[in-house]
Ligand binder design. Structure first.
Ligand SMILES: Cc1cc2nc3c(=O)[nH]c(=O)nc-3n(C[C@H](O)[C@H](O)[C@H](O)COP(=O)(O)O)c2cc1C
Length: 341
């Protein structure tokens, strides 16, 4: 068998390999192959799964992937797990299941995020789900500057219709005044975060682990440089260039800033990533503003939905796709050893 290459192997899924004649555990394991392709902040992949023979996938946090400095309130952790849940649901529907999610099923276990029951229902003819399913293995975060090309209003309307839920709003804007104010927030947030040595050390740790897909030696050089040098100005200039080139700025926000809504917002965010991918549009999250409490508050004041809490800012636009994917742990690595009945 070919050796597992974390940048290549997990992305080479073929739907033809779905083990339709095997038992539920094998089928659910196959579906997890799609869940692990989800995005996560610093690519920490903060999820673990347990499988039950009756057709239930239990989803847990892996606290090793919690960014304690950048994300003290676990907003990004919850969003990231929401992204993985959304991939799992889309894949499950694609293979004819009708998934039912129970969120936070055990009040005494805060790491137990969801239990997802899978029952066979047959193909539901949902074409949008098929397009999103196809995009799971193509999706990636765009870190390039955008082409000078606007996104049609009809496309933005499509995204807004598909990517919002009760209590979770998607705001997409091309407004110049909003852009200017958002730019000011990005500049100030990059300055605050990168001047914090603990923030840089945390980022350096994940760079050193190769989370962003760089080869070992470059990861080690990057780790040392990030830990000991303040790249704030350089990062800020890069972020500003991306922001100024992006035709659209987006913010996902919530009426009630609960853990449940952060997980659901992650699902909405992943749906947005996948819909955008299927339309050839690149997505770049810009989390720094939400990492500085006062700046997050200022951003809330810019939203049209009064009183909403911003959860995830991002940019949208057309850009050349990345040549390589970022690495992922294998399904075996994210499975709890216990399979219980
Ligand atoms: C909740 C969340 C926050 C993120 N924040 C940022 C960010 O602030 N800047 C950035 O460049 N990428 C951000 N990302 C993207 C991750 O870095 C990216 O998903 C990860 O490195 C895996 O790469 P991929 O999305 O190309 O598969 C974020 C992703 C998630 C899910």
């Amino acid at each position: 068998m070919a050796e597992y290459d974390p940048r290549v192997s997990p992305w080479k899924l073929s739907e033809n390999d779905f083990p339709s004649t095997s038992g539920m555990i094998e089928q659910m394991k196959f579906l997890l192959g799609y869940a692990v392709l989800a995005p996560s902040s610093h690519n920490t992949q903060p999820w673990k799964f347990a499988l039950r023979d009756g057709g239930v996938v239990d989803v847990f946090t892996d606290l090793n992937g919690w960014l304690r400095v950048a994300d003290p309130d676990q907003r990004e952790l919850n969003l990231s797990i929401g992204c993985a849940i959304e991939n799992l649901l889309i894949a499950a529907r694609h293979f004819g299941f009708d998934p039912k999610v129970k969120y936070l099923p055990d009040a005494n276990d805060s790491d137990y995020i969801a239990s997802i029951e899978l029952k066979k229902s047959g193909f539901d003819g949902n074409i949008d789900n098929s397009r999103q399913f196809k995009a799971i293995t193509e999706r990636h975060t765009n870190h390039k500057n955008y082409e000078r090309r606007s996104i049609e209003p009809g496309v933005l309307q499509f995204l807004e219709n598909n990517c919002s839920e009760p209590g979770i709003s998607l705001y997409l804007t091309i407004n110049a005044e909003f852009r200017q104010k958002f730019d000011d927030l990005i500049v100030r947030s990059d300055a605050v975060t990168y001047s914090n040595p603990e923030y840089r050390e945390e980022l350096a740790y994940w760079i050193g682990k190769g989370a962003f897909g760089t080869p070992w030696l470059i990861s080690q050089i990057g780790r040392l440089a990030m830990a000991y040098l303040n790249f704030g100005d350089m990062v800020m200039r890069g972020d500003e260039a991306a922001l100024m080139s992006a035709p659209v700025i987006g913010i996902i926000s919530t009426t009630t800033n609960s853990r449940l809504n952060q997980i659901r917002a992650g699902q909405v965010f992943e749906r947005l990533y996948l819909c955008a991918t299927s339309l050839g549009i690149g997505v770049r999250p810009m989390s720094q503003v939400c990492q500085v409490a006062e700046h997050k508050q200022e951003l809330a004041g810019l939203l049209p939905a009064m009183g909403n809490t911003p959860l995830q800012p991002f940019l949208l636009g057309f850009a050349e796709p990345a040549k390589e994917h970022t690495p992922r742990k294998s399904v075996d690595e994210v499975m709890l050893s216990m399979i219980y009945l």
